[in-house]
Design a protein around this ligand. Structure first.
Ligand code: AMP
Ligand code: GLY
Length: 414
């Protein structure tokens, strides 16, 4: 098969590395890709979804879409029209990520555990609804908002200010036409990615993402600056509870005609041993993919292909018992305005430590930072502490000006 991976993050680098290992893969493209994906794939610079589809029509048999934006724009619908196999949801199902309100209605309708909420359509309605919640509370702009639409507020003045930013100043434009206000759930997060085949869900191994920028889970939310798999919270008891949740989701997907072939990423908050759903994403997580795929011993391309032909079975997933961990090196200033175009130098001397590229570009044979998250330094080992030791012993061998990273990734949940 000739395969095209769409996207340019660490997730796509991990996807490319895994896909090129498959005997089914004859040729691999990545669009736009980064300096990391160039190690296994031919990077393409195609601008729009239309250009991607027209390239795929001529040169590709199978497309894997990494990021949520093209999925929500309907790239899979366009690929299907041209009879190209695509791993990812169509526009309708992509609303499970693209609209917070759509997801909350789905969760409510199918009796799935989640935070109590109210959707509001104006500043005035929002201010009134605040009275029904205690603090802290969470306010979410309905749309994608480049992953920046969620705010957690400790007091009414801040919450009102955010409602004003959304409805009056329109900082996210039309993406915040609706706003979800919900109760704050205080617990521990577990990321669970499932391969979706029609309405069937096949859970991959669990992961723990680190969302905050500073050690000790302090500072602002990021896209994820460290991760490990498996997540020790995901024990047999929780697994059984989550299996029931997955059954209900599966039923809901069928009832609402939201079946697809792709990934459903479920963000859970575990409170007193009970799982509550925080969010859905309809794609591989980043950095979750960088720690889950190295543990997958089976052929990923074959799994994705079987998901499309609805012939996937539990036995198709073989996992390494090992732990995998990654620490993300970020640009100075991230998650706010950050510096980029810094030359990356050095090399990791341990062959067991692997560096995925998040946002890098190649110029004259050298790699440069090109985004907030830059590199994911990753290893596998028989324990979290072994992974920690290895990564932190070697991460300093790679340098770029202003590089930052958390020093506490891999310390188990208390
Ligand atoms: P979302 O965009 O819905 O995925 O939210 C982003 C992040 O905000 C989540 O991964 C959580 O860390 C946090 N978050 C979202 N909703 C809640 C909630 N109801 N209670 C506590 N934290 C939340
Ligand atoms: N790591 C969270 C995400 O991919 O959205």
């Amino acid at each position: 098969m000739r395969v095209l991976v769409v996207g340019n993050g660490g997730r796509e680098d991990a996807l490319c590395k895994k896909i090129q290992e498959s005997p089914l893969c004859e040729k691999l493209y990545c669009c736009p890709g980064n300096a990391g994906t160039a190690r296994y794939a031919e990077n393409l610079s195609l601008g729009s979804n239309e250009e991607i589809v027209s390239f795929a029509k001529e040169y590709v048999d199978f497309v894997v879409v990494g990021p949520e934006k093209p999925l929500c724009e309907g790239i899979v619908d366009m690929l299907h029209k041209e009879r190209i196999k695509a791993f990812g949801p169509k526009k309708k199902a992509a609303q499970l990520e693209g609209s917070k309100d759509f997801t909350k209605l789905f969760l409510e309708k199918y009796d799935l555990p989640t935070a109590r909420y109210k959707t509001v359509f104006s500043y005035e309605e929002g201010v009134k609804a605040l009275q029904d919640f205690s603090y802290p509370l969470v306010i979410k702009a309905d749309g994608l908002c480049a992953g920046k639409g969620v705010g957690i507020f400790q007091e009414a003045a801040q919450a009102k200010q955010y409602l004003e930013d959304l409805f009056v100043k329109k900082i996210f434009g039309e993406e915040a036409k609706k706003v979800v206000i919900e109760e704050f759930l205080d617990g521990k997060e577990v990321s669970l990615l499932c391969v979706v085949s029609g309405n069937q869900l096949f859970p991959l191994e669990s992961a723990r993402d680190y969302k905050r920028i500073y050690d000790g889970d302090l500072g602002d939310n990021t896209g994820g600056v460290g991760c490990y798999s498996p997540n020790e919270l995901f024990n047999m008891e929780l697994k059984a509870k989550i299996a029931k949740v997955l059954k209900k989701i599966s039923y809901g997907l069928e009832q609402e005609e939201l079946e697809y072939s792709g990934i459903l990423f479920i963000g859970f908050m575990i409170m007193g041993g009970e799982p509550k759903i925080l969010e859905f994403n309809v794609r591989f997580g980043d950095p979750e993919t960088e720690v889950i795929l190295p543990r997958l011993e089976s052929d990923l391309l074959c799994i994705m292909d079987k998901a499309i032909s609805h012939s996937l079975r539990e036995e198709d997933f073989q996992w390494s018992e090992n732990t995998c961990m990654t620490v993300v090196m970020t640009s100075k200033g991230y998650p706010h305005a950050y510096e980029k175009y810094k030359r990356i130098t050095g090399e990791i001397t341990d062959p067991d430590v692997f560096v995925y590229h998040n946002n890098t570009i190649m110029e004259d044979g050298a790699a440069y930072s090109d985004g907030g998250r830059v590199l994911s330094v990753t290893t596998m080992g028989d324990s979290l502490s072994a992974c920690r030791e290895k990564i932190y012993a070697h991460i300093g061998e790679i340098q770029f000006e202003g590089a930052c990273y958390r020093k506490d990734i891999g310390i188990p949940v208390k």
